[in-house]
Design a protein around this ligand. Structure first.
Ligand SMILES: NC(=O)c1ccc[n+]([C@@H]2O[C@H](COP(=O)([O-])OP(=O)(O)OC[C@H]3O[C@@H](n4cnc5c(N)ncnc54)[C@H](OP(=O)(O)O)[C@@H]3O)[C@@H](O)[C@H]2O)c1
Ligand SMILES: Cc1cc2nc3c(=O)[nH]c(=O)nc-3n(C[C@H](O)[C@H](O)[C@H](O)COP(=O)(O)O)c2cc1C
Length: 493
């Protein structure tokens, strides 16, 4: 199911329409609404969204519904789409005291379907549609009918909500069901213009919509335990441990034993690559550990010399790892045919061979050029990040895009670790907490919302590196480490 959805994913962003029907056209006084019986509880079955992405569609003339819609989008990490009438509603049009005003005529005409300007091009990206409107004479405005008749809502969950002066939602939502009979409809709710965020959150939570409320960029570290890293929910909908073992330079038995030891120490994520020449050993270590494959998250990468025949390269990675799916596959570097290789990974997602796709060594300029050419947004970007090379702008950019950021060379990389581990500031902070410098650096990453993959073949170091959850760096300590940035790259890419 998830695969099918990926097939139809389009990256093209949803056009955000910032259209105001008429800014000062609030009704002069409230019409007397016909009292509506409370609706029956919605008998429809629970929604089973497969990617959990939400879209908040709304119509609003005096911005009350807009305010609520934006709060819902913020809470659900969804996007907003404003229904824009082809012909704007003037304040005369909205004068409900005039029986022949446009709004009143439309509400009294069963066949009225006011035209909408623009279209949602990527409705297929969303599983849950919140649908907001102002109550007009106890009902939804007819433009909502136009909207519902314009799209196919099969397999979507629709959550209606309304604003009003004082009327309840009445039957305004259930009247809409027939217009999108293929959808799963949730019971609608009236939300007052002054509804608190907490009220809205509680309402959304009560519906158990399985929304993908990605925590990319802001981790709840209190969920972690030493030896058990918490997970980050990627934009693909999959959960990934925040601490993994980097396996660069670990070969043969050293690699197998390192993976087995790491799993014993609580690691559930491994980072390998075609270029590391150890995919077989990583797979072997996982099998030897006895921990079920489904509990382990494996990331591997295609190298640029594989981009021209990425399909075979993906099959080869699966064969070497001895796995029937790869949790995350990255392109190792920008290079000739990288878009074609990424598209091959997208196809492999559809085929169930790969679950999430991402990139490595792509910065803002590279991302800006790359993103418009692909369909599935990268779930993760893996770049060099350590206290001497912090890449804060890049981190901010990726997080804004909903893309997880992972630090390679988190401890500075081989040949540079001693400089970082003996850094005066880091050592001082480590002494305060009774922790090692490595732990302070890794905790600093996590508190910045950056995932880490420290490399180690030493079981004691591994244990340290996944014991990051019984202390917290203060803002002052975070700032002191932030101040160590000196744009000092430890590798060429
Ligand atoms: N995408 C890319 O282009 C790219 C590039 C480079 C790396 N990577 C990935 O990033 C991972 C991490 O990078 P890395 O392994 O090269 O460098 P790193 O994690 O910064 O440092 C690894 C070095 O630190 C030592 N170490 C680890 N934990 C320690 C601890 N608690 N105390 C003291 N020393 C400790 C290790 O030695 P011991 O073995 O003795 O513990 C090893 O020498 C790689 O393994 C790879 O998976 C990706
Ligand atoms: C034509 C029209 C009819 C309305 N009918 C009702 C009504 O029946 N009950 C009510 O409480 N409010 C009614 N209102 C008030 C709106 O529902 C309320 O102001 C709403 O929050 C406006 O939302 P908006 O600012 O997003 O456009 C009506 C407003 C208009 C323009």
């Amino acid at each position: 199911m998830k695969s099918l959805l990926y097939l139809i994913l389009l990256l093209s962003g949803l056009p955000l329409t910032m259209y105001a029907c008429s800014s000062n056209d609030a009704p002069a006084e409230t019409p007397i609404p016909t009292p509506e019986p409370e609706p029956d509880p919605d008998p429809s079955p629970d929604a089973k969204p497969s990617n959990g992405h939400s879209l908040v569609v709304y119509f609003s003339c005096t911005n009350t519904t807009k305010g609520i819609a934006e709060q819902i989008a913020e809470i659900t990490n969804g996007e907003c789409y404003r229904i824009m009438p082809e012909v704007a509603y003037t304040s005369d049009d909205l004068n409900y005291n005039n029986s022949s005003s446009r709004a009143n005529r439309e509400q009294n005409d069963p066949s009225a379907r006011p035209a909408i300007s623009g279209k949602i091009e990527n409705l297929s990206d969303y599983d849950v549609i919140f649908l907001g409107y102002p109550i007009w004479w106890g009902k939804a405005p007819k433009i909502i009918f136009t909207f519902l008749e314009s799209y196919d809502f099969s397999r979507k969950t629709i959550v209606p909500f309304c604003t009003s002066h004082s009327s309840g939602i009445g039957s305004s939502d259930t009247d809409l069901h027939a217009l999108a009979a293929q959808a799963v409809w949730k019971q609608g709710r009236r939300l007052g213009g002054n509804e608190t965020k907490e009220d809205i959150m509680n309402w959304i939570e009560s519906m158990e919509l399985n929304l993908n409320q990605s925590n990319v960029g802001s981790f709840n570290l209190s969920e972690g335990e030493n030896g058990k890293a918490p997970t980050v929910r990627l934009n693909s909908g999959y959960d990934m441990p925040m601490v993994g073992l980097g396996t660069y330079s670990l070969l043969g038995d050293v690699c197998v034993n390192s993976v087995v030891a790491a799993i014993q120490n609580g690691f559930r994520k491994f980072d390998t690559a075609y270029m590391y020449n150890n995919e077989e050993s990583v797979g072997e270590g996982i099998r030897r550990s006895g921990v079920p494959r489904e509990e382990i998250f494996v990331c591997t990468k295609l190298y640029p010399n594989q981009y021209s025949d990425a399909e075979n390269a993906i099959n080869m990675a699966l064969a070497k790892l001895g796995l029937d799916y790869i949790d995350l596959m990255l392109l190792h570097h920008p290079g000739t045919n990288d878009v074609a290789a990424y598209k091959a990974m997208e196809r492999a997602v559809v085929q169930g061979k790969i679950r999430s796709v991402g990139l490595s060594n792509y910065y803002v300029k590279e991302m800006e050029a790359f993103l418009p050419q692909v369909s599935i947004k990268p779930a993760l970007v893996q770049n060099e990040i350590h206290p001497y090379y912090q890449e804060n702008e890049v981190i901010r950019y990726m997080h804004q895009q909903g893309i997880a950021v992972e630090a390679w060379y988190p401890l500075g990389g081989r040949g540079y670790t001693s400089a970082l581990l003996n850094d005066e500031t880091i050592s001082r902070i480590a002494a305060v907490h009774g922790k090692s410098s490595a732990q302070v650096i890794l905790r600093w990453d996590l508190q910045k919302g950056v995932v880490v993959i420290p490399g180690s073949s030493n079981p004691n170091h591994q244990k340290e590196n996944i014991s990051l959850f019984d202390f917290e760096l203060t803002d002052e300590e975070m700032n002191s480490i932030n101040a160590l940035d000196r744009n000092e790259k430890h590798d060429w890419y």
